[in-house]
Design a protein around this ligand. Structure first.
Ligand code: NAD
Ligand code: MG
Length: 287
């Protein structure tokens, strides 16, 4: 592979990956996101809010006027502290909720910690997720990989959402993070892609159930976005050209995805939007 078209150096981390070693550093909207009061006084839980898309969402929500709890793996504390710093700089509360969501009691406890710290809950962003792409086919999918992907992407989403629904009320909103992989699955991501297709399905189903309670449920489907997940789970040579196969010819930044979460979470902009998936894919189709 020639380096001429490479947009970033080949690089590798071990999961879950951290922000500091990434080259270049991702843009989470730290110096660009301007709030418009779209989430004033709302209380949000963002799972996986330490880094990547979750960090960009936490910063955007805070600048729109929301207090934010972020859940993350304990080994990601340095990333969580950085997200918290930006949320607090926006003048909002940030509640830190470390814990492995693959464990049911931890997942349910994370919601309760968020509710206690925020004084209630209005918005849930199911963003935590895991993939492993360092393999070529179904034959290479280990049971450990399968367990980690299914538990993180699906079991945790069920547990967290069930627990959150004890607290969400009229005007609340749930935004799930799905993926272009639900529509255009890569062979190396066969297990992960299947969880994202399931999340689309769950989104539609929950929107139907929760509409009568005045709770909207939607999803954002990102395309290739430059986050720690990529160097932590892709082969280094794929990181080099990550996102170049999109119509826009590049990977997206977390900051570019955050607007979609705000649009769907806000009762101002998203009041009649439920059961839909909003693509932020650099031009790849989400239908
Ligand atoms: P990221 O690594 O920055 O964020 C994922 C987060 O999930 C981690 O920071 C971690 O805190 C959390 N997480 C993972 N396993 C967990 C566990 N067992 N317990 C608790 N938390 C756990 O990467 P990201 O790309 O910002 O990922 C956020 C979401 O975006 C994921 O759902 C991912 O599938 C989705 N997504 C990412 C891309 C992309 O190209 N980056 C594309 C489509 C969808
Ligand atoms: Mg992280």
């Amino acid at each position: 592979m020639s380096d001429e078209n490479a947009v970033r150096p080949a690089q590798q981390q071990e999961p879950p990956g951290l922000t500091a070693p990434m080259d270049p550093q991702p843009d989470h909207g730290e110096h660009s996101y301007t709030g418009h009061g779209l989430l004033t006084g709302r209380r949000a839980l963002v799972t996986g809010g330490d880094s990547g898309i979750g960090r960009a969402v936490a910063i955007a929500f805070a600048r729109e006027g929301a207090d934010v709890a972020i859940s993350y793996l304990p080994e990601e504390d340095e990333d969580a502290q950085e997200t918290a710093r930006w949320v607090r700089e926006a003048g909002r509360t940030c509640v830190l909720v470390p814990g492995d969501l693959r464990d049911e009691q931890t997942a349910r406890g994370a919601v309760r910690t968020a509710v206690d710290g925020l004084g209630g809950l209005d918005l849930l962003v199911n963003n935590a997720g895991f993939q492993m792409a360092r393999r070529d086919s179904l034959a290479d999918v280990t049971t450990d990989d399968l367990d980690r992907v299914m538990k993180t992407n699906l079991y945790a989403l069920f547990w967290v959402t069930q627990e959150a629904l004890e607290h969400l009320g009229e005007g609340s909103s749930i935004v799930n993070c799905t993926s272009i992989q639900a529509y255009q699955p890569s062979q190396s991501l066969v297990d992960y892609a299947s969880t994202k297709a399931a999340i689309n399905n769950i989104t539609v189903n929950l929107a139907a159930e929760l509409g009568e309670r005045g709770i909207r449920v939607n999803a954002v489907a990102p395309g290739p976005i430059w986050t720690p997940l990529q160097p932590a789970t892709q082969p280094p040579e794929k990181v080099e050209v990550f996102g170049q196969d999109t119509p826009l010819g590049r990977a997206g930044e977390p900051a570019e995805v955050a607007h979609a979460f705000v649009f769907l979470a806000s009762s101002t902009t998203g009041s009649y939007v439920s059961g839909t998936v909003l693509g932020v894919t650099g031009g790849k189709p989400v239908f």
